[in-house]
Design a protein around this ligand. Structure first.
Ligand code: NAD
Length: 279
């Protein structure tokens, strides 16, 4: 384990992280374990989550892993309750698991819409429905929900994703107000592009996967960097943790000149349709 100068606030704490088999969730789990937290990690992909767990255990971290689908309420309930029963407390819940489906909204099937909402929105709701009342009873806890810059600013070609992430931002901001009365903190994470597997794994309809990958490689940060920024925001109990310079800049411009981004995107989207880059 890497030496850290001061004792971390995460030292000795119990942190639950969903979608920890890859990308941001994996880096969060590794960094939290490095800072002395016991991490309870899960993912829908058993190979990935075992790999994360083995890596953490090899480095001397305290880790428990489970394979589960966050859209399955009973599975999330049993994992959270099991954590409380085993460790006697839950200090942090990182509702991180998420997927994206990219393409024009006219091509989305009802199953595409439901899948994105079931994982990105209901996955978060399930974690909250179980862990929040337990944290209220404890009198402490911190829930960290991963939304996206697409939960603060609208993007075309990922409309279902945008819908789910705006919902997560709204739910987190409102729950933060209630939670404050009970000692429970709530933060929402809004990253710009992060170089993870999400777009390689995503269903992409009528668009070129390589173009999307190129954009992320150019503008994205690494998941390790993203995790460190998130944990910095959690330490400071920030309401909204925006990751990447570009995402912060976009929020700033959108507040300064409302409508500019929408105008720009509408223009670019129309051009992309005319050029055949989007179906
Ligand atoms: P990733 O694909 O690298 O990791 C996501 C993990 O979630 C994967 O291991 C996957 O197997 C798991 N997962 C997917 N569906 C699941 C389910 N139903 N139940 C449990 N686990 C499931 O992606 P990432 O980029 O690290 O994404 C993490 C979060 O960050 C997501 O909520 C995503 O929307 C958000 N985000 C990512 C970016 C980005 O550019 N990568 C930007 C903004 C927000």
């Amino acid at each position: 384990m890497r030496e850290t100068a001061a004792v971390s606030i995460f030292q000795g704490k119990v942190a639950v992280i969903t979608g920890a088999g890859s990308g941001i969730g994996k880096s969060l789990a590794e960094e939290l374990a490095r800072r002395g937290a016991r991490v309870v990690i899960s993912d829908i992909n058993s190979g990935r989550i075992e790999n994360t767990a083995e890596g953490i255990a090899r480095s001397g971290g305290k880790v428990t892993a489970a394979t589960l689908d966050v859209s399955d309420y009973e599975a999330v309930k049993s994992m959270v309750e099991g954590t409380l029963a085993t460790h006697g407390r839950i200090d942090y819940l990182f509702n991180n698991a998420g997927i994206a489906i990219a393409g024009p909204a006219k091509e989305f099937t009802i199953e595409d819409w439901r899948r994105v909402m079931d994982i990105n929105l209901y996955g978060v709701v399930h974690g909250i429905a179980v862990a929040y009342p337990l944290m209220v009873k404890q009198g402490w806890g911190h829930i960290v929900n991963t939304a996206s810059i697409e939960g603060l600013v609208p993007f075309p070609a990922t409309v279902s994703y945008v819908a789910s992430k705006y919902a997560v931002v709204g739910l987190s901001s409102a729950l933060r107000i209630e939670g404050a009365a009970h000692g429970v903190r709530v933060s929402v994470v809004c990253p710009g592009y992060v170089r993870t597997a999400i777009f390689a794994d995503s269903k992409i309809i009528g668009m070129d996967r390589q173009n999307i990958k190129g954009l992320i490689d150019r503008l994205g940060v690494t998941p390790e960097e993203c995790a460190r920024i998130i944990l910095g925001g959690v330490e400071r109990n920030e309401a909204t943790i925006i990751v990447t310079f570009y995402a912060k800049f976009l929020c700033f411009i959108n507040r300064l000149i409302p409508g500019l981004w929408v105008w720009l995107m509408a223009r670019n989207y129309r051009k992309a349709v005319e050029n055949g880059m989007i179906r």
